[in-house]
Design a protein around this ligand. Structure first.
Ligand code: NAD
Ligand code: WQD
Length: 336
């Protein structure tokens, strides 16, 4: 299939494009590069030996998107483009709603005008709000989100579902990612956050490479085996392969389909730190800080639905995630 990938220069998008090309699909990227670098696409080309057209188009720019689709008629869209910082969404809510919601609405209208009615959307475990229990299954109700970023994912899921209800010829796959970490095993592409990382793994790798003095662990008094927060970390290459499987569901006219993409295994902050140290033979100094507002003690997926219906299952474990995150960071200490 020919796939329009919005946000394809970003962390998850770039890894997904590698897997799409490996599976025989062709790809066009639109990305305004607000949180990514064009070199990521050059690296994807290096890994795959395939040229990948990149258009520096914003998803809110109808004319630019239309030109791309006029030139490259597509069969489906994988929609990664969006802003994703929880903290920034609290301080700049309107920018988040504009980018993530107005952007998605605009994209839908351009896709419809080009008769592209297949879309895979990057959602997030954040739509569960504070889950009552883990593992979280897809039939757990969507919750009260704890920040505007989360609400944009919640609302975009609703918009896409309503779109299908109004016109069943749309196929929509909503993928709820848990905590993506890791990097391509080549070390050529990986996560490259601007400024101080919000998420745990890029913070750990920046401590390891000497960019930050020590890790701040947010709380060790949770009701978990070692007191630190438990999450479902998933290797970004496994996550990327989930999108290839989702395209197969689209080919089968899946209607609206919703899947958790996680490993189903919880891992604490301290377990992740200890594994990173053991696998990579580096020391990660840390200090314990108070809990971070909005954090839950435990959140991990039940990924069984994706296995049953898509034949997808995460293959990599925490060791490989730690190895590949470090391999990327140490080979690219300044990112792209
Ligand atoms: P990322 O920031 O690396 O990638 C997003 C890409 O979208 C960037 O390249 C950015 O430049 C581009 N972009 C942003 N706004 C745009 C716009 N208006 N027009 C065109 N391009 C635009 O983030 P990522 O980690 O690769 O995440 C991809 C998607 O997955 C996002 O929608 C994110 O919300 C979602 N998600 C991410 C995580 C995570 O922990 N990384 C978890 C759950 C869901
Ligand atoms: C993981 C654990 C922290 C940083 C976020 C978003 C979510 C999704 C994935 C997009 C927690 C602890 C972290 C640090 C720490 N993104 N931590 N020190 O909060 O589970 O999920 O990213 O959709 O929406 O909320 O991920 O990596 O920030 O935190 O101790 O410097 O690490 O308290 O227990 P989180 P995270």
């Amino acid at each position: 299939m020919k796939i329009l990938v919005t946000g394809g220069a970003g962390y998850i998008g770039s890894h997904t494009i590698v897997e799409l090309i490996k599976a025989g699909h062709s790809v066009i990227i639109t990305d305004n590069l607000c949180n990514s670098h064009k070199n990521a696409v050059a690296r994807v080309e290096q890994i795959t030996g395939t040229s990948v057209p990149l258009y520096a188009a914003d998803i809110r720019d109808s004319a630019a998107l239309s030109r791309v689709l006029d030139e490259h008629p597509a069969d489906a869209c994988i929609h990664f483009a969006g802003l994703k910082s929880v903290g920034e969404s609290n301080s700049h809510p309107c920018e988040y709603y504009d980018n993530n919601i107005s952007g998605t609405l605009n994209l839908i209208s351009v896709l419809r005008a080009h008769n592209v009615k297949n879309i895979i959307f990057s959602s997030s475990a954040t739509v569960y709000g504070i889950p009552e229990k883990s593992p979280v299954t897809e039939d757990c109700p969507k919750g009260i989100c704890t920040n505007p970023y989360g609400w944009t994912k919640w609302m975009a899921e609703q918009i896409l579902t309503d779109l299908h209800n109004a016109d069943p010829s749309w196929n929509i796959v909503l993928l709820r990612y848990f905590n993506p970490i890791g990097a391509h095993p080549s070390g050529l592409i990986g996560e490259n956050p601007n400024g101080i990382p919000n998420n745990l793994m890029p913070y750990i790798t920046q401590v390891a490479v000497g960019k930050r003095e020590c890790l701040h662990i947010f709380g060790n008094d949770y009701d978990t085996p070692d007191g630190t927060g438990v999450r479902d970390y998933i290797h970004v290459v496994d996550l990327a392969r989930g999108h290839v499987k989702a395209l197969e569901a689209i080919k089968r006219n899946c209607g609206v389909a919703l899947y958790n993409l996680g490993t189903g295994k919880g891992c604490s902050v301290l377990e992740l730190v200890k594994t990173f140290e053991a696998v990579n033979h580096v020391h990660i100094p840390y200090v314990i800080e108070p809990r971070r507002a909005g954090d839950v003690a435990v959140c991990y997926s039940d990924p069984g639905k994706a296995e049953r219906e898509l034949g997808w299952k995460a293959e990599y474990g925490i060791e490989e995630m730690c190895r590949d995150s470090w391999n990327w960071q140490k080979n690219n200490p300044q990112g792209y």
